[in-house]
Design a protein around this ligand. Sequence first.
Ligand SMILES: C[S@@+](CC[C@H](N)C(=O)[O-])C[C@H]1O[C@@H](n2cnc3c(N)ncnc32)[C@H](O)[C@@H]1O
Length: 244
Amino acid sequence: MLLLSGDWHCFFKRFQSAIFCKQKKRHLNTVPHVFTLFLDCSAAACQSRAEQPQSAFKLLEIDDKYKIMKPGDVVIDCGAAPGSWTQIAATRTNASGAKSHLPKGTVVSVDVLQFHPVAGAITLGGMDFTLPTAQEKIRSILAGKQINCVLSDMAPNATGVRLLDQENITRFCYSVLKFAVSMAAANSNLVVKVWDNAEVPKLEADMLRFYDNVKRIKPRSSRSNSSEFFLLGRGFKGTEKTGN
Ligand SMILES: C[S@@+](CC[C@H](N)C(=O)[O-])C[C@H]1O[C@@H](n2cnc3c(N)ncnc32)[C@H](O)[C@@H]1O
């Protein structure tokens, strides 16, 4: 539903601003002009709809296979905009309480971009997850509750320099791992997106210090020619057992 309503919102925004621009240029005085704008904006909205589920399928595939979220869970979604992972997390944890016979979950989603609210989730737009302010905000929202699943689909803006981009996404993964370790419930799960690079084996080894099992996952919906894959850590051991 959200995907569709998001498209309509996107469509109306584009249409509204296109009309506004044209009016400013005093070109919009005939019906055919309005009709052309309508078609252009519909195409743009369809394109955004085509892009959005691509992300969603990756998480659906991971959760369907590994059951990383369940009703009542506390989930943090890092790099959440425009919100399809958040929507899945909210549904799978029953964050809106729609299923009254099941425990109600909590989903907190963060993105450096502003994004639309997602039913049942707490959305924090305009926040850089890697900064202490964002992580403190999440801590204060959770008020002592431990986290059952941390998701990160965060991706830095590509610089065009592959090594730098890989370094940046690996830095994101470490930021998410450190945060997860400080707030995770026993047996909880972690999913981080990474672009393959020489640092990944070290990242996997570091995750293994805290999680019983760490797995590389390349969802079918992830383009085969991209270096993207996900690391799934399952069974958080707790910091005492690891001695960290
Ligand atoms: C692939 S998109 C996420 C798509 C999202 N999972 C979904 O299903 O809608 C990656 C997101 O990471 C966000 N991002 C990049 N750097 C970030 C940061 N430092 N803090 C929070 N979000 C960040 C981007 O703004 C972008 O929205």
